[in-house]
Design a protein around this ligand. Structure first.
Ligand code: HEM
Length: 451
């Protein structure tokens, strides 16, 4: 059973079944909006995700909460939304972004039905997910060379490409991300320093704790923490933080879990072939000797330890083997995961009839406008974070002034152009034709190059 769709279509925001889709919509709204929380808003009046319908829900509560201040699990298009606070924050941003776009479309096209506004806003949100994932995130994970080799420029929809998520991608390769998780969630103030009121948290303190968002300063300190902290570097000696191997919580299994063990067991449970089989699949050299493995692994002693445990190289679980490979230059993954992730991402894109660049989905000028967006623009538009790197997936290339005390003067000021789309209705055609109406908002995204 899939929890979301395989396409990069923002089903994490809208759900993947008609029932969930309806539950997530504000069906009383004439503006095609998504439902928001009816009990809580943040200090600036911004909305939170709605609560799940079945309450009391199993999410943790503030130990000091007063009567009537119960905070239940949030409801989103993906049931895993409450796992960690940063995930809740991102889900919240996307619901706000949908509603923001829906409001603009409603203002520009007051004659539109709620349904048309919902669908048009959803189409834009889907495109933004695709752009941010493929343009901004994936090249940094797999490296530019692998991107060019396996994905390359877009050449249009290919009906012969299977866009479903492969077993090895979901069960092993894309779980590389577990080794990039930091043990601490930093919460930062407007100077990107430790927040005076809401200190940083150990990761396990953020599991299934939506109450922290409501009572501890909302999204902003968390978003600043995410922007101002680099992802953990894969460390072969300590692949996953102990927060994940010793303190993981999921609501359906009692007790603390070990995510590394889950990943390994899940791979076997799904019958995944071993590490060497996948290396051959990617045209990489089969690892035949201890020496071969030492060469591809990031750390020789770890290679030895793995060999001692598995004895036979063909038995090495693909998640573990892939994770300990030396990363390719300018990437976060070794050759095997880079290949598996790249092939999959290429198939998600090429096999998607509604890909944002596919013929007839958007006009040329709309595509140009969509490309001016980034995760930073979504953050700035939907929270009170008003300083962010232009590329939020890069750390250090562009730094915020507050993080670099040795930069006395701004070297460069970047302006992020945001847009809205005016959609002209075609009465006889439910799929309206868009024309771009550039409503430019200038954002003070101060950006400084480290020279
Ligand atoms: C604190 C952060 C995270 C936590 C607590 C977490 C937790 C989990 C858990 C509990 C599972 C299910 C394991 C199983 O039973 O098989 C899972 C699956 C998965 N995780 Fe994570 N994860 C985190 C971050 C990430 C990141 C950063 C990525 C990728 C960039 C990622 C990718 C995946 C994938 C692809 C799956 C498999 C989904 C499926 O098809 O079922 N996770 N994660």
């Amino acid at each position: 059973m899939n929890s979301i769709t395989s396409f990069l279509d923002a089903s994490t925001v809208y759900g993947h079944t008609p029932n969930l889709q309806s539950a997530l919509r504000d069906l009383s709204s004439s503006e095609g909006k998504l439902a928001v929380n009816s009990r809580f808003i943040d200090q600036q009046g911004r909305s939170y995700l709605p609560f799940v319908p079945n309450t009391p829900s199993p999410c943790f509560q503030d130990p000091n909460h007063r009567q009537g201040h119960r905070v239940d699990c949030f409801l989103a298009g993906d049931s895993r939304v409450n796992e960690v606070l940063p995930l809740v924050a991102l889900h919240t941003l996307w619901v706000r972004e949908h509603n923001r776009i829906a409001e603009i479309l409603h203002d520009l096209n007051p004659h539109w039905s709620s349904e048309i506004i919902y669908q048009e806003s959803r189409k834009i949100i889907g495109a933004l997910h695709q752009i941010i994932t493929i343009r901004d995130y994936i090249p940094k994970i797999i490296g530019r060379d692998a991107f060019d080799q396996y994905i390359g420029p877009y050449r249009g929809y290919d009906p012969t490409t299977n866009p479903s998520a492969s077993n090895v991608f979901a069960t092993a390769a894309f779980r590389f991300g577990h080794a990039t998780v930091s043990p601490v969630l930093r919460r930062l103030n407007e100077s990107f320093q430790e927040h005076e009121q809401f200190s940083s948290l150990s990761l396990h303190e953020t599991f299934f704790s939506p109450w922290r968002l409501i009572t501890e300063g909302g999204l902003v300190p968390i978003l600043r923490g995410l922007l101002g902290t680099p992802a953990a570097v894969v460390n072969p000696d300590n692949l996953l933080t102990k927060e994940l191997t010793g303190k993981l919580v999921t609501l359906n299994v009692p007790g603390d879990l070990d995510l590394a063990a889950l990943n390994l067991q899940r791979g076997r449970d799904h019958g995944l072939p071993g590490y060497n089989a996948w290396r051959r699949f990617c045209g990489l050299k089969t690892i035949r000797t201890r020496g071969d493995f030492r060469q591809v692994a990031n750390d020789e002693s770890v290679a030895d330890k793995i060999m001692d445990v598995y004895k036979d190289l063909d038995n090495i679980d693909v998640w573990l083997g892939g994770l300990v490979e030396e990363p390719l230059s300018d990437s976060r993954t070794g050759p095997l995961f880079s290949c598996l992730i790249a092939k999959q991402m290429g198939m998600f894109r090429d096999g998607d009839r509604f890909w944002w660049e596919s013929e007839g989905v958007f006009t040329q000028s709309q595509r140009m406008e969509l490309q001016t967006h980034s995760l930073s623009s979504v953050i700035c538009d939907n929270s009170d974070v008003n300083e962010a790197p232009l590329d939020p997936f890069r750390w250090r290339c562009f730094v915020l002034l507050a993080e670099s005390p040795h930069i006395a003067e701004p070297k460069k000021i970047a302006v992020l152009v945001l847009f809205s789309i005016k959609v002209q209705s075609k009465p006889s055609n439910r799929i309206a034709i868009h024309t771009i109406f550039i409503q430019i908002k200038f954002y003070k995204l101060r950006l400084f190059f480290l020279l």
